[in-house]
Design a protein around this ligand. Structure first.
Ligand code: HEM
Ligand SMILES: *[C@@H]1O[C@H](CO)[C@@H](O)[C@H](O)[C@H]1NC(C)=O
Ligand SMILES: *[C@@H]1O[C@H](CO)[C@@H](O)[C@H](O)[C@H]1NC(C)=O
Length: 320
């Protein structure tokens, strides 16, 4: 059977099909070309977090905003020039995503160790994992072998990254458009157990929503004025009011207590179909950790450039 022409044809089709997905990504991709990669990245991420705890959150978010816009291809890292419009001025990114200097520093360290070998897209994937681990979260083996885009898309950044006023239905469809399930949505949203948001991202939720604990809303109002357009727009509050620099399951406990900071966070626990998953993560950090790690691997599989597509950028901010 195994040597029959029919079996060979079936095998060939399977190989071809797998070539169109992320099958080329592999956890051992750089074992020969850059054996020191993981220690180099980990050291640089550790020192960035030692300087500023929030940086772990910022690096994790960069990976999400990269992957949701035409795949995990480093597109978010490209700077605008007079003849090139990147993604940095898109509404979800502008005045909000951060960590580009840290990524440059990691890239320099990696280039010094292994010149021309490692993509910026893969550096983001490893830095996101290391950030989660350093802040107390789960670990996972990062699949590697992504190449960097030569393009970026401002319009895809604006339309594919969901805004904080999204309903549960909007969130589920944004994730489903990327091949991620509603279960993945709830698990990945647990990333909001770390990091900060600006007043402009949660103002409507603390002044105008009903699914919010009133005393929590009042506390947040003290540093987030109701009028928009002033300097208060950029005032920060922690996404997880309990442990903003610790990766744990407090995010879900907050949601059960109606203390989610963003409207989109609280949508996951608002009497709908995802309430039970939120409650179970609130009761079991280990089940959250396992599902978060699996969903991060899935997110990292979104439309990578492989083979001869894309390039290995020398400088993450510009195409070669
Ligand atoms: C489910 C849909 C999501 C929405 C609507 C959303 C929205 C937001 C918003 C509005 C902020 C604050 C930005 C600001 O005010 O400057 C934020 C921060 C953050 N997001 Fe999300 N997010 C989502 C999913 C995710 C996912 C999947 C991840 C990673 C796996 C993630 C990681 C983060 C982190 C770590 C921060 C804090 C960043 C920092 O402190 O620099 N988010 N998100
Ligand atoms: C979210 O807010 C923007 C404007 O800031 C608005 O255009 C959009 O319709 C809102 N989306 C939802 C789902 O409410
Ligand atoms: C609350 O909602 C009302 C009515 O939609 C709107 O006029 C007002 O600007 C909103 N306030 C805030 C702080 O979002």
């Amino acid at each position: 059977m195994a040597s029959s022409p029919a079996a060979f044809a079936v095998l060939a089709v399977l190989v071809l099909l797998s070539g169109t997905s992320s099958a080329q990504l592999s956890t051992s991709y750089y074992s020969y070309s850059c054996p020191s990669l993981s220690s180099t990245v980990k050291g640089a991420v550790q020192s960035a977090i030692n300087s500023e705890k929030r940086m772990g959150a910022s690096l994790l978010r960069l990976f999400f905003h990269d992957c949701f816009v035409n795949g995990c291809d480093g597109s978010i890292l490209l700077d605008d020039t007079s003849s090139f419009t990147g993604e940095k001025t898109a509404k979800p990114n502008s005045n909000s995503v951060r960590g580009f200097d840290v990524v440059d520093g990691i890239k320099t360290a990696v280039e010094n160790a292994c010149p021309g070998a490692v993509s910026c897209a893969d550096i983001l994937a490893i830095a996101a994992r290391d950030s989660v681990v350093i802040l107390g979260g789960p670990t996972w083996d990062v699949k590697l072998g992504r190449r960097d885009s030569k393009t970026a898309s401002l319009s895809a950044a604006n339309s594919n990254i969901p805004p904080p006023n999204s309903s549960l239905a909007n969130l589920a469809s944004s994730f489903s458009n990327k091949g991620l399930s509603t279960k993945d949505l709830v698990a990945l949203s647990g990333a909001h157990t770390i990091g900060q948001a600006r007043c402009t991202s949660f103002r409507a939720h603390i002044y105008n929503d009903s699914n919010v604990d009133p005393s929590f809303a009042q506390t947040r109002q003290s540093n987030c004025p109701s009028a928009s357009g002033g300097s208060g727009d950029n005032n920060l509050a922690p996404l997880d009011l309990q442990t903003p620099a610790g990766f744990d399951n407090n995010y879900y406990k907050n949601l059960v207590g109606k203390k989610g900071l963003l409207h989109s966070d609280q949508e996951l626990y608002n009497g709908g179909s995802t309430d039970s998953q939120v409650s179970s993560y609130g009761n079991s950090q280990s089940s959250f950790f396992a599902d978060f790690a699996a969903a991060m691997i899935k997110m990292g599989d979104i439309s990578p450039l492989t083979g001869s597509n894309g390039e290995i950028r020398k400088n993450c901010r510009k195409v070669n």
